[in-house]
Design a protein around this ligand. Structure first.
Ligand code: NI
Length: 220
């Protein structure tokens, strides 16, 4: 290949490379719908009240759980988004704590924590777009299965409504795709009912998790 042909080809290759890594001018704006999918990790921070009827200092708490999450943002204005967190069910072990910690895992539960937030996007036209949000979480529990020391008992957990706080950032990969990092604090408090041949008791459980999700997103 002679030098006259090589130079424009090299220039073209260089421009293509620069173009691919150059910031897209799109950003997000009013009317856009952002969809993100990824791995979500739930880390409960709370535990239960003392469970009367089992013994002084008897408590339980929910273990960490991982699932698949999907989130949406509808941009109501250039800066204000309406966010929705949805997920595949999270399955948590319920571990005995305090004076009954030796009992280990006493139940498994599943829950879904759909959450709606109002988000403020600081830099919608930028390639790096942080936002914060606040809203409402609804959590429904199901498949409450007791095991081990409580296997002969039935456990049920009431649905919970509570405050949700959110922060996140979208980072453009190209004009179609972006990386997404999100974190929520969810105030999830539930009334638990334990029924069986030995114990019949009700107690409050604070789940109050941090939820973290890493994934990729696109916009429509
Ligand atoms: Ni709480």
């Amino acid at each position: 290949m002679d030098i006259q042909l090589k130079t424009p080809l090299l220039t073209l290759a260089l421009l293509t490379t620069l173009g691919a890594s150059a910031p897209s001018l799109a950003g997000v704006q009013q009317g856009d719908i952002l969809v993100r999918a990824g791995v979500a990790y739930v880390s409960p921070q709370g535990d239960s009240d003392e469970i009367t009827g089992i013994g002084a200092g008897a408590k339980v708490e929910a273990d960490d759980a991982t699932s698949l999450g999907i989130t949406f943002t509808y941009m109501a204005t250039d800066n204000i988004g309406i966010g929705v967190l949805a997920a595949w069910p999270f399955e948590h072990d319920i571990d005995a704590e305090g004076s009954i910690a030796a009992l280990g895992t006493v139940a498994e539960i599943e829950h879904l924590p759909p959450t709606v937030t109002l988000q403020w996007h600081f830099t919608p036209s930028s390639n790096v777009r942080p936002y914060v949000g606040a809203g409402i979480n609804y959590t429904t529990f199901f498949s409450e299965d007791t095991k081990g020391a409580l296997a002969s008992h039935d456990l049920s957990l009431d649905d919970s409504w509570g405050l949700a706080l959110e922060a996140g950032v979208d980072i453009d990969i190209n004009s179609d795709w972006f990386l997404s990092g999100q974190v929520w604090y969810l105030d999830i408090d539930t009334d638990a009912s334990l029924r069986g041949p030995v114990f019949n008791t009700n107690f409050d459980v604070e789940i109050d998790p941090w939820v973290m999700m890493l994934g990729v997103g696109t916009k429509f």
